[in-house]
Design a protein around this ligand. Structure first.
Ligand code: GUN
Length: 282
């Protein structure tokens, strides 16, 4: 039997509706949750992601404040901006869109964000908490993926999970989240000698590389849950990492691209932002 296609858009819609209800509580007290987004340069993918975040904010009733900078911005200017946002009472969430230009030390900027406003969960503080099993503000893509996995009701505890990505945005926080749920986690990346050897063992296979066709049917265990967070563009078409039609015949659940992980990432950002507003005005 072919795999069930997980409808990320539908699940994300439910999360957004819940975030909207939650956003109303601070609004009743005359506090509108507000997200500040820092966007540097003219990266096309980043522009699109930021647009989606803005649309979701409008839908949920969260204010959206975009801070745009030229590619030539200095580290010092960004640090000053983030410090200013930290001490701005009306801003509850701060997101620095990645990637930043090469001349900027990404970690240095991200670590300036107040952990209470760190709705992306990228600060050392929040990643440290995650490593301790405390999921306060967790990276939105990782959180979205775990929500999609949980929607299948497949048992994570005792399972083998394989992640093909080791970035701070997806792979590292996701590995910690799955370890917190007692999976055995393997993380593959560009230096992994034989990726297929690992993916074949996985009850949960998550990929986020941006290489269409990377994950073929013979790399997937029968009955696996396959989550595709890869994004590549071919003209106007969006493509994931997984050979969808063929892998669908092997897996038990599979996410499409688009309409899988993407909408869930945005929904989790809104959930984090509303929560940040609630925590700051408790
Ligand atoms: N670039 C790609 N994905 C993300 C994300 O989830 N957050 C941020 N800040 N930048 C990204």
């Amino acid at each position: 039997m072919p795999a069930t296609v997980i409808d990320g858009k539908k699940i994300a819609d439910r999360f957004l509706e819940k975030a909207k209800q939650q956003a109303e509580q601070p609004i009743e007290r005359h506090i509108t949750p507000k997200l500040a987004v820092v966007l540097v340069g003219k990266n096309k993918a980043s522009e699109l992601y930021v647009k989606r975040k803005k649309q979701a904010c409008e839908r949920v009733g969260v204010e959206f404040d975009l801070k745009r900078f030229e590619e030539t911005v200095t580290e010092k200017e960004l640090v000053t901006l983030v410090k200013g946002l930290n001490s701005t009472f009306s801003v509850h969430g701060i997101l620095v869109q990645l990637p930043l230009p090469q001349h900027i030390d990404q970690h240095r900027i991200l670590d300036q964000i107040s952990p209470l406003k760190d709705v992306d969960g990228f600060t050392s503080f929040n990643i440290g908490l995650l490593a301790h099993g405390k999921e306060e503000f967790v990276a939105c893509t990782a959180k979205g993926i775990v929500n999609l996995i949980e929607s299948t009701s497949r048992r994570i505890e005792g399972s083998n999970a394989c992640i093909v990505n080791h970035s701070i945005v997806v792979g590292k926080p996701l590995a910690l989240m799955l370890l917190n749920r007692n999976a055995t986690v393997t993380t593959c990346h560009e230096f992994t000698k034989d990726v297929a050897q690992h993916t074949k063992q996985a009850d949960f296979l998550i990929t986020a590389v941006g290489k269409p066709g990377l994950i073929k049917a013979d790399m997937v265990k029968e009955g696996a849950v396959v989550i595709d967070a890869g994004i590549a563009r071919e003209g106007s078409k969006l493509l994931g990492d997984v050979e969808f039609e063929k892998v669908k015949e092997v897996a038990s659940f599979i996410t499409p691209v688009p309409g899988g992980v993407g909408p869930m990432t945005v929904a989790c950002l809104l959930e984090n932002t509303v929560r940040a507003a609630q925590l700051q005005h408790r």
